[in-house]
Design a protein around this ligand. Structure first.
Ligand SMILES: Nc1ncnc2c1ncn2[C@@H]1O[C@H](COP(=O)(O)OP(=O)(O)OP(=O)(O)O)[C@@H](O)[C@H]1O
Ligand SMILES: [Mg+2]
Length: 371
């Protein structure tokens, strides 16, 4: 069992709080991704788990061992760090084999594991080179191979694919995911690439300013972001946020989004009633809006400013009053820039947020609506 439990981890650099009271449990053999903008504390948190930086307060457990103050080598884990330190004076083969030799693994097994890791990372023809004879992306793959060859129960990786070109990265992330599932390592994987996070993680922890804003499965984070920031950070394009005025007309609760007036279904009444006379944010994904090429009930006529043909979809930029929103349409939907179209907001697809705090309103949407 190699469950990782982080309890109230707190880490400062001088006055600056880099990790602010973070608690996180990674289940045995689970793949958890830490994602968030640059400087949010991902590396600092990972270093605390690795033992390269000690928390000011809090506790870190691996399995049933309290490792908070143990040195890295006593934590029984492998890691790949952002500055993928590999030994410059050792050939690639020896770099990958190094940890295994330290553990007195047999020569035959070392050979097997080095070859397997090298094959997976597509560096089998580089085993006789020195790091100085390779590109940054190749060196990075050596670092990943070295960590994988160890077959530790716990694997920590900090942006391990950041130096690879887009195509190799795409291939690598699928291969890494399948390999790690097979090996059954408990993994914490850091990236600031939200697509990588979505595609690889069993669960994703979205961080900002040293805190975890949401920790959940990729689809739940995408569909039910806990805050405006999460909705904007996860997903391409970001979730659209529109100001929605909550009002009452003839005793009926109404939501006005620009020229749109929507009648909220009963399940929204309790939450929205509290904001009567005020504005909340209505979050909606680009693919959740319906676009029509002719007027129809409950639609709003809008002018398309930009059309981006992305192959599998067309991404439209539309201006609604003060808001610029993105709407994605099927490539067969007829549209050109400057043309008018009509859009509809399915109310079940709207995610409601407090405008000031950015927090999702307390509505258990998941129980009520489908995707
Ligand atoms: N040794 C240090 N001394 C002072 N400040 C530090 C130190 N290490 C990190 N920081 C600060 O702590 C914050 C978090 O840094 P960290 O490296 O954890 O961010 P990150 O989320 O990994 O970012 P990136 O995606 O850019 O790698 C940053 O503002 C950084 O400047
Ligand atoms: Mg970092």
């Amino acid at each position: 069992m190699a469950r990782i439990v982080i309890e109230n981890a707190y880490k400062t650099f001088g006055d600056f709080v880099a990790v602010n009271n973070v608690s996180l449990t990674v289940n045995d053999q689970e793949f958890v991704v830490l994602v968030g903008p640059s400087g949010c504390g991902k590396t600092t948190l990972l270093r605390a788990v690795a033992g390269l930086g000690i928390v000011d307060s809090g506790k870190i457990m691996i399995g049933d061992r309290d490792v908070t103050y143990l040195s890295p080598k006593d934590r029984k884990l492998s890691m790949v760090f952002q500055s993928y330190a590999i030994f410059p004076h050792m050939k690639v083969y020896n770099n990958i084999a190094f940890g295994l030799r330290m553990q007195r693994v047999s020569k035959a097994q070392i050979e097997e594991r080095v070859q397997e890791a090298a094959r997976l990372l597509h560096i089998e023809n580089l085993l006789n080179r020195y790091p100085s004879q390779m590109s940054g992306g190749q060196r990075q793959r050596v670092a990943v191979a070295r960590a994988i060859a160890m077959q530790s129960e716990v694997l920590l990786m900090d942006e391990p694919l950041s130096n690879l070109d887009a195509l190799l990265r795409l291939e690598m992330r699928a291969e890494l995911k399948s390999l790690l599932a097979k090996v059954g390592a408990t993994t914490i994987y850091v990236t600031h690439d939200q697509i990588e996070a979505m595609s690889m993680g069993d669960r994703i922890a979205v961080m900002r300013d040293g805190e975890i804003l949401q920790f959940d499965s990729p689809t739940r984070i995408y569909d039910f972001p806990a805050t405006q920031f999460v909705g904007g950070f996860i997903g391409t394009p970001p979730m659209n946020f529109l100001e929605a005025q909550i009002q009452r007309d003839n005793g009926q609760l109404q939501v006005k989004i620009g020229e749109f007036t929507l009648s909220p279904p009963n399940y929204l009444h309790d939450a929205l009633r509290l904001y009567e006379g005020q504005v909340v944010l209505a979050g909606i994904r680009a693919e959740s809006m319906e676009a029509l090429d002719a007027p129809a009930p409950d639609t709003l006529g809008v002018t398309v400013e930009v059309v981006e043909p992305l192959g599998s979809q067309n991404l439209l930029t539309i201006r609604m009053h003060n808001n610029v929103i993105k709407v994605s349409t099927h490539p067969t939907f007829p549209v050109v820039a400057g043309k008018q179209i009509w859009i509809r907001f399915p109310i079940d697809k709207i995610r409601w947020m407090n405008r000031d705090s950015g927090q999702a309103l307390p509505i258990d949407l998941e129980k009520i609506v489908s995707r």
